[in-house]
Design a protein around this ligand. Structure first.
Ligand SMILES: O=P(O)(O)OC[C@H]1O[C@H](O)[C@H](O)[C@@H](O)[C@@H]1O
Length: 342
């Protein structure tokens, strides 16, 4: 059966179109007119982004994206409460696409209690209500997406907040480059035959293990894993160099091919030379133990563009893996069951 026919029969909410139009999410968020006059930038000493799932990954991605630019201690919080140090000198960005994720609502309440300076990113829900009641600025996202498919809305809104508060330099040029790239890639990846579909085919029947590098490509690995879980409904695991060379590498000694792992190395030219060697040596050991490896990298010139290029690549691979496995890339039954029973 042709892939376009398979898509018609399993993709209930047309995520194919959502993926194709991803660049429009960036345009939307980047063109937002923000009013953040309540925030006193001179008081900010540290920043916390609080959220879960796709909304937390937006926060993680900022660490990778701005790794040479953020001048403040910065943390992503994925829990009901904020860390003890949060106070009036903390900028808290509460990020929830739906506005109803209970951990984020609770963390927002904590931020209000601790008198932090707060900005919310959401489409509405409880987060928007709480923000309105407490005169907190809200950056409103476009409605109608599954939260994880709205990562680009979320991430570029976050970036815009940083830029508007002059916590970082202007990002205009790079954002326009990214928009252009995703426009081009969307044409390629939506073709009947394309590399993301081939990669998905090569992963059928395997458990992906994604390896990246701390603080450089770590958010991309986390995104890949989450998308394999939620879109393709498979287990996936991720880890980072150099840490994995101090523990996980030993686990490969007892690997058996029946386990069907497939390693995805996320490579980048900016990695430290020793890190590159670590990838080579560790990959040799993995191959010797019987597992296959897929090397992925982006050939774009700019590091920030490469990061988004890889994220977009992963979004398509995990989407096609869902289609090939005949599972709906929208449905997340176990998460719904859990939420109904909490
Ligand atoms: O961004 P939010 O609406 O707070 O959602 C946060 C997360 O919640 C759920 O568990 C979804 O399945 C995830 O895909 C989502 O990223």
């Amino acid at each position: 059966m042709k892939i376009s026919e398979m898509i018609k029969s399993v993709d209930s909410q047309n995520q194919f179109e959502v993926l194709k139009n991803t660049y429009q999410q960036i345009e939307y968020s980047w063109n937002l007119k923000l009013n953040l006059s309540q925030i006193d930038t001179s008081k900010i000493k540290n920043v916390i982004v609080t959220g879960l799932g796709g909304s937390a990954i937006g926060g993680d991605l900022l660490i990778n994206f701005l790794r040479d630019e953020i001048k403040y201690p910065y943390q992503v919080n994925r829990n009901y409460n904020l860390p003890k140090y949060a106070n009036e000198n903390t900028l808290v960005i509460a990020s929830s696409y739906s506005g109803n994720t209970e951990e984020t609502v609770s963390a927002l309440n904590d931020a209000i209690k601790k008198k932090c300076q707060v900005v919310c990113i959401t489409t509405g829900g409880k987060i928007e209500n709480l923000a309105n009641q407490n005169s907190i600025p809200v950056v409103k996202l476009l409605k109608g997406f599954q939260p994880r498919y709205a990562l680009y809305l979320n991430f570029f809104a976050l970036l815009k907040i940083f830029e508007s508060l002059i916590l970082i330099d202007k990002q205009e040029k790079i954002v326009q480059e990214i928009i252009l790239l995703l426009k081009q890639k969307s044409e390629i990846y939506s073709k009947e035959k394309n590399e993301t579909l081939n990669l998905a085919e090569s992963l059928l029947g395997h458990t992906p293990i994604i390896y990246a590098v701390s603080d450089i490509t770590s958010a991309v690995a986390c995104r890949f894993k989450g998308q394999f879980n939620e879109n393709s409904k498979v287990h996936a695991f991720y880890n980072f160099y150099p840490e994995l060379d101090h523990n996980e590498i030993v686990g490969w000694e007892s690997y058996r091919s029946i386990m069907n792992f497939k390693v995805i190395n996320l490579l980048d030219e900016t990695y430290n030379e020793q890190i590159k060697k670590r990838f080579e040596i560790t990959s040799k050991l993995i191959k010797n133990s019987g597992a296959e490896i897929i090397n992925l990298n982006s050939s774009e010139k700019n590091f920030k563009v490469r990061l988004i290029d890889l994220i977009y690549l992963g979004d398509w691979i995990t989407y096609y893996l869902a289609i090939l496995r005949n599972v709906d890339p929208t449905e997340i039954d176990n998460i719904n069951f859990l939420k109904d029973n909490l």
